[in-house]
Write a protein that binds this ligand. Structure first.
Ligand code: F3S
Length: 80
């Protein structure tokens, strides 16, 4: 499984990710990308064809702002 979120500090609102993976990425009022499935929290599992779109979007982002991981980015469990 894959999880994703956008690093809004480095996103330059280029728009490539929403073109590549419109079911995963949208944009906020400033045009910065958001992972729309979970409010950019990186906690929704992305599977199947969407996971392939995700990897394409990750590769296509000019600023490497699309973060992808095998584990959720935020857990409800607080770690020490
Ligand atoms: Fe931003 Fe990269 Fe998407 S710069 S708009 S996260 S392709």
């Amino acid at each position: 499984a894959k999880f994703t979120m956008v690093d809004k500090d480095t996103c330059i609102a280029c728009g490539a990710c929403g073109d590549t993976a419109p079911d995963i990425f949208g944009y906020d009022d400033e045009g910065l990308a958001d992972a729309i499935l979970d409010d950019n929290k990186g906690i929704t599992e992305i599977v199947g064809e969407l996971a392939e779109d995700l990897l394409d979007a990750e590769e296509g982002c000019p600023t490497e702002s699309i973060k992808v991981a095998e584990e959720p980015f935020h857990s409800t469990v607080t770690s020490k």
